[in-house]
Structures are given as structure tokens and as C-alpha cells.
Design a protein around this ligand. Sequence first.
Ligand code: ZN
Length: 139
Amino acid sequence: MRSHTEYLWMEVPSRRAFVPITAQVEAAVERSGVREGLVLVNAMHISASVFINDDESGLHQDYDAWLEKLAPHAPTSQYRHNDTGEDNADAHLKRQVMGREVVVAITEGKLDFGPWERIFYGEFDGRRRKRVLIKVIGG
Ligand code: ZN
């Protein structure tokens, strides 16, 4: 079995954003040489997500509005986590909803997606460097 690991650095200039990363994952799979296997992609920070959905900007605005309704950033004093001096309790909650990781099958050297599936990094407490792990296994 073959195994290949890469780390993708993210630095989002705003507090929240969705960043497409399918191309970077495809490139990592290509470099791995794996033809049949799996790729795991996960955010390595507890205020960011990796998820799969449609590459459609209206949907991404809908996610942002929906997450802000579920866990509004302000007032920051509404969250006990922020009693620690942080202001990112909402980011932890948003991350939990949008998920930590995705696993995609690799078939004949390609990501074996459904018709509209694409991979995104979800940032909920940006303006600093964070990492995404890409781990490819197979043969
Ligand atoms: Zn925190």
C-alpha cells in the first residue's frame, strides 16, 4: 500500500470564508501515484471545516447566513467559551455543523465524485495561518 501526506496552508484575510480546494486535492492525488484508494482531507483547526457541496456562490452565501443565525458572532459575551478571553466561540460551533473532514474515493487515479460534488475549506475565525491535512492511501 502506498501512502502520501501533504499539508495545505490557508490564510484567509476575513473572519469567515469558503475556499475551493478541489484542485489542490486533485494535485496531491496525482503526486501520490495512487490509482485505487482513498483521500482524507481535514481541517487541523477547531474553528475551520472541510466539506463537500456545490460550487455555487448563492449557496455559500446561504450557508454563511444560516450559520450566523445558528451561532451569531456578536454579541461575543453570549458565549461562555469567550469568558476565556477569546472571541471565537461562534467559530467552534460553526465548525461543528460544517464538519471536520471529508473522505473521497479514488478510482483510476481520479476523485470519484458525484455530479456536483466539490471540496471546500470553511473558515470561521480567519486572519491567521491554518493547515489542512491531505492523506492519500491506496495502490
Ligand atoms: Zn476558541
